[in-house]
Design a protein around this ligand. Structure first.
Ligand code: DLZ
Length: 181
């Protein structure tokens, strides 16, 4: 008999109870691989609104050409959110958003482009989060084939939309350390 605990794949559903009704969330997504990215963005919005009660008008969506642009855009859009007088976030930072969800789909081709972009984006997004104090969710799929990407966007029969997990992760991280949680 096995004594090991049965951990399921993906983000456990207990995070559904987190209340995001006061949060402001920025979603920045790449336009490359539009169909897959679109499904992931919709998954993230669904989790924010339906699981966590984030109001629709507290969600801002911006796009960039490709995944490589995500770190720069996340940082720039955070910076202008303070200067443009955007409604204040509830978290104690100078920025107008409590969390940023960055979404892109990188699919390996025949050159090394994939490796360079994946590494740059990963480091860049980590840096934006640590430098600003605003949680940046890593919603970038790095896949070896179209099929892998489709499955992770919930576009195959047995697939799971990771955008749902990213929406919940954004709420959990935004509320981290908040006294009222
Ligand atoms: C150039 C490129 C390639 C080859 N592949 C992808 C991809 O699979 N997914 C993606 O989001 N972006 C890709 N790009 C575009 C780069 O991310 C970037 O937009 C350009 O190199 C311009 O900086």
């Amino acid at each position: 008999m096995s004594t090991s605990k049965d951990f399921s794949k993906g983000l456990p559903t207990q995070h559904n109870v987190l209340d995001g009704s006061k949060l402001r969330v920025l979603i920045v997504h790449a336009r490359w691989n539009e169909k897959i990215v679109g499904a992931l963005v919709n998954g993230a919005i669904e989790a924010l609104v339906e699981r966590h009660q984030v109001p629709h008008d507290h969600i801002t969506i911006e796009t960039v050409p490709g995944s490589y642009e995500l770190p720069f855009a996340a940082r720039r859009l955070l910076d202008v959110s303070t200067r443009s007088g955007a409604p204040r976030a509830i978290t104690a930072t100078q920025y107008g958003y409590d969390a940023v969800i960055t979404i892109g789909v990188l699919i390996k081709g025949e050159t090394q482009h994939f490796e360079y972009i994946s590494e740059a984006v990963t480091h860049g997004l980590t840096r934006v989060g640590l430098d600003t104090g605003v949680p940046v969710i890593f919603g970038v799929l790095t896949c070896l084939s179209d099929e892998q990407a489709l499955a992770r966007a919930g576009l195959t029969e047995k697939g799971h939309n990771h955008g749902l997990d990213w929406g919940s992760a954004a709420v959990e991280m935004a509320l981290l350390g908040q006294a009222n949680v």
